[in-house]
Design a protein around this ligand. Structure first.
Ligand code: FAD
Ligand code: AMP
Length: 481
C-alpha cells in the first residue's frame, strides 16, 4: 500500500520547502520530495537558492566586497594594511559553512513541523481514487527501492536549471554555469562572462573584486533592460569605473575550449569578428524551467512553448488539485516570489483566499552598488500613458551614506500625478537590498509619496534618502537637496 498524504510537494527549494511548512502549519499531513545532492554527495534541502544560488553567491559577494574594501577604501579611513592576503580555500569554506547551516536548518524545520522528507526524485505515475500516485526514487542511493506515495494535492516546485548555449558544453572547470562559478578555487586572471543578467553581473563582480580581469558579453543592445533608465545609466557608470568591461550587442559566433582556457569568437552587432581569450568562462544566459523526468504525461499535463508548467494567477494547473510554483511557472525567477507562491498555494488548499500582487515583487541585484526596484519604471508609465511625478535624492547628500562610504547612487520615487500614490521606487546604493523593503511595504499599503515623506525616519540613516525622494516627488521639495 502506498503511504497517503494530504499534500505532497515535489522539490524543496524556497518555493517547495516553504509550501510544505505552511501546509503542515495549517494542519495537513505533508511530505516533500527532494533528491538534491551537494558536492560531497550528501542529500540536501533548499534547492538552487540555498545550495548554488542566492545564499552562496551572497556569501562570496560579502567576502569579495570585504577584500576590495580593505584594498581600495581603508586608506581613506586612515587604516593601512600591510601584507593583505587572499585565501580562497577559507573563503569557500566559509560559504560552504553558511550553506550547510541553512540547509540543515530546513531539516530542523521539517522535523519541527512534522513534514516528511521523501529522499529522491518524484515522478507522477497516475491518478486513481481521487489521489495522485507518485513514485519516489533515488538512483544514487545504494539499493534503496523506489517507493510509491499517494497525494490529494500535489505542489510542483521543481525549479529551474541553467540555460545552455547551443554547442557549448559546461564542464564546470573551464566553462562554468552558476555551480562552477561559485566553486572556483583560484582567481582566474581573465574571466569571460556570457550574459549580463543578474547572475552574470553578480558572479562577475565576485571574481573582479578578487582580482580577475572580467569581460561580460551581452546579446542585447541595452544594459539591464528591465531596470529604470536612470538606474541603468548610473549602474553602467559605476561598473565601468570599477573596471568591469561590458560589451553590448555581442553576437557569439563560437567558443573553443582548451585545457587551460577558452577563446570566444564574437562580433559587436554587424562589426568585425573579435576574440576574447579567458582562463574561465561563465555562461549565464538565463535559466529554464525544470520538468525533466516529472512524468507530467501520466496526469495529462503539458508544458507551454517555453517549458513552463501553465498555471492561473493562483498557481493552479489544469489538473485538479495539482499546483505549481516558483521558477517552474511564469513570472520572475526569484526566491521570494517562489516563497510567496508556496504560502499562497498552501493557504488555498486549506480553504483560504490569499492572492499575490505580482506588480509588487521587489528585484535586487547584489552588485556594488546594489540595484533594487519595485513597481513600474518611468518607461513603463510613459508607455501606459499614466501621468506621474518623479522625485530623486542622491546618496552624496546623505550623511550616513558618506560615513559608510556608500555615497554613490540615488533613490527615485515615481508617484501618480493626481493621487500621489507611489507607483515605483528605484534605488542604486550600497543598501538598496534593505531599503527596497520599506518601499515595497509602502506600496503594498498604497501609500502616497507624502505618506512616506511624513513618516519619521531614523537619523542618520540611508532610509532618509527614500523619505527625501518621496518629498521631492510629492511637491518637489526635498529638505536636504
Ligand atoms: P529551486 O530552488 O530551483 O528548487 C527546486 C528543487 O526541486 C531542487 O532542489 C531540485 O533538486 C528539486 N527537484 C527538481 N525535480 C525534482 C523531482 N522530480 N523530484 C524531487 N525534487 C525535484 N533569487 C533571489 O530572489 N535572490 C537572489 O539573490 C538570487 N540569487 C541567485 C543566484 C544564483 C547564482 C542563482 C542561480 C539563482 C539566484 N536566484 C536568486 C534565483 C533563485 O535561486 C530561484 O528563483 C529560486 O531558487 C527558485 O526557487 P524554486 O523553489 O522554484 O526552485
Ligand atoms: P538573466 O535572465 O537575468 O539570468 O540574464 C541572462 C542574460 O543573458 C540576459 O541579459 C540575456 O540578454 C543574456 N543572453 C541570453 N543569451 C545570450 C547570448 N547568446 N549571448 C550573450 N548574452 C545572452
Amino acid at each position: 500500500m502506498a503511504q497517503a498524504y494530504d499534500v505532497v510537494v515535489i522539490g524543496a527549494g524556497p518555493g517547495g520547502y516553504i509550501a510544505a511548512i505552511r501546509a503542515a502549519q495549517l494542519g495537513m499531513n505533508v511530505a516533500c520530495i527532494e533528491g538534491w545532492r551537494n558536492e560531497s554527495g550528501e542529500l540536501s534541502l533548499g534547492g538552487t537558492c540555498l545550495n548554488v544560488g542566492c545564499i552562496p553567491s551572497k556569501a562570496l559577494l560579502a567576502s569579495s566586497e570585504a577584500y576590495e574594501l580593505v584594498r581600495e577604501s581603508y586608506d581613506a579611513h586612515g587604516i593601512g594594511v600591510d601584507g593583505l592576503r587572499l585565501d580562497i580555500g577559507k573563503m569557500q569554506a566559509r560559504k560552504a559553512g553558511i550553506v550547510k547551516k541553512m540547509t540543515k536548518g530546513i531539516e530542523f524545520l521539517f522535523r519541527k513541523n512534522k513534514v516528511t522528507w521523501l529522499k529522491g526524485f518524484g515522478r507522477f505515475v497516475g491518478y486513481e481514487d481521487d489521489a495522485y500516485r507518485i513514485e519516489v526514487a533515488d538512483e544514487e542511493a545504494d539499493g534503496a527501492p523506489a517507493q510509491l506515495v499517494d497525494a490529494k494535492h500535489v505542489i510542483i516546485a521543481t525549479g529551474s536549471k541553467p540555460r545552455a548555449l547551443p554547442g557549448l558544453e559546461v564542464d564546470n572547470r573551464i566553462v562554468c554555469d552558476n555551480v562552477g562559478a561559485l566553486a572556483m578555487t583560484e582567481v582566474p586572471a581573465r574571466l569571460g562572462v556570457i550574459g549580463a543578467g543578474v547572475i552574470g553581473l553578480e558572479l562577475g563582480s565576485v571574481w573582479r573584486r578578487l582580482g580577475a580581469e572580467v569581460t561580460v558579453l551581452e546579446a542585447l543592445p541595452t544594459f539591464l533592460a528591465a531596470a529604470d533608465e536612470g538606474v541603468r545609466k548610473e549602474a553602467w557608470k559605476q561598473f565601468k569605473a570599477q573596471g568591469l568591461r561590458i560589451e553590448l550587442d555581442a553576437r557569439i559566433a563560437g567558443v573553443e575550449v582548451g585545457d587551460s582556457g577558452a577563446r570566444v569568437r564574437y562580433s559587436i552587432g554587424e562589426g568585425e569578428p573579435q576574440t576574447l581569450d579567458c582562463d574561465r568562462l561563465i555562461v549565464s544566459v538565463g535559466r529554464v524551467p525544470n520538468t525533466e523526468g516529472l512524468g507530467l504525461d501520466a496526469i495529462d499535463l503539458a508544458v507551454d512553448e517555453r517549458g513552463f508548467v501553465p498555471v492561473d494567477e493562483h498557481c493552479r494547473t489544469k489538473a485538479p488539485n495539482v499546483w505549481a510554483i516558483g521558477d517552474v511557472v511564469r513570472g520572475p525567477m526569484l526566491a521570494h516570489k517562489a516563497e510567496d507562491e508556496g504560502v499562497m498555494v498552501a493557504e488555498r488548499i486549506a480553504g483560504q483566499d490569499p492572492h499575490i500582487d505580482y506588480g509588487m515583487i521587489p528585484w535586487v541585484i547584489y552588485t556594488s552598488p546594489e540595484i533594487a526596484w519595485v513597481g513600474r519604471t518611468e518607461e513603463q508609465l510613459k508607455k501606459e500613458g499614466r501621468a506621474f511625478k518623479a522625485g530623486q535624492f542622491p546618496f552624496s547628500a546623505n550623511g550616513r551614506a558618506l560615513g559608510t562610504g556608500h555615497s554613490a547612487g540615488f533613490v527615485k520615487v515615481l508617484a501618480d500625478a493626481a493621487t500621489d500614490e507611489v507607483l515605483g521606487v528605484h534605488i542604486v546604493s550600497g543598501a538598496a537590498s534593505e531599503l527596497i523593503a520599506e518601499a515595497t511595504l509602502a506600496m503594498e499599503f498604497r501609500a502616497s509619496a507624502e505618506d512616506i515623506g511624513r513618516v519619521s525616519h531614523p537619523h542618520p540613516s540611508m532610509s532618509e534618502a527614500l523619505r527625501e525622494a518621496s518629498l521631492a516627488a510629492t511637491d518637489k521639495r526635498s529638505l536636504n537637496a
